[in-house]
Design a protein around this ligand. Sequence first.
Ligand code: PAF
Length: 280
Amino acid sequence: MGMPTVYTTAHELSSLISRAKKSGKVGFVPTMGALHDGHLSLVNKALGENVLVVVSIFVNPTQFNNASDLKNYPRTLATDLDLLSAFDRVIVYAPSVDDIYPKNDFFEPIDLDGLDTRLEGAFRPGHFQGVVHVVRNLFNIVQPHRAYFGQKDFQQLAVIRRMVKRLNFTIEIISCQTHRSEDGLALSSRNIRLTDQGREDALIISQTLNYMKNLGHDETPSRVMELGAAYFSKENLSLEYLEIVDGESLMLLTNQWSAHSVCCIAAYCEDVRLIDNLEM
Ligand code: PAF
């Protein structure tokens, strides 16, 4: 197996991918690095379904609306490559900003039917346009048959599916279950910035989601959100939102449950912004 080959330019990568496509399908796992078991499970799934898997590692500046968040985002390329060396048939694309955003790059905000302005979008203006910009460019460079995304970023998945439809990409978008540690914390690259105490406190996030799910659908979504917020306030994390939404439109549910109701949460724990979600 050994270290994966790292490509830093779209040009080098494209010729390798064209050759691979002669023998089968190409899978793509876009990441911002600081890989954890959640990413590795995406790679594993992609390897089961494709002859070659491209993992991109690129901390995308256009999706950060906060300079200190961008600065503090973990960058661990050497460890990432080490983790990927456990796999065969994986190559890494770790480009520079100029390679992803060349001078002639043209991008106009994509109409995402408001999926980009709710929940995360309300607190991180421009975030999802930054995500669709980089993912569009990555898709154009890699041109995979399939792309793999984790359900922890539930809204991101909805946004990317909408972008794929809008821009007529023929790439199959595959969503993969959220990976959790045994005590329930959703795996995230940001978790490594938590102290031991912070990591302990952060458990209230998944505990609240489970508590709300267990309340069932006898109460209205509004009441479940109210009870959830009260439960969450036992711990001193700072809550940004805790919303039960329709899984397709991401519209807030108040009186009625929908066929696919999802509770989404974002909170700060020790200045680290964490998100999670659970189907209710
Ligand atoms: O989910 C992420 O890590 C990023 O948003 C993505 C999809 C790699 C785009 O930068």
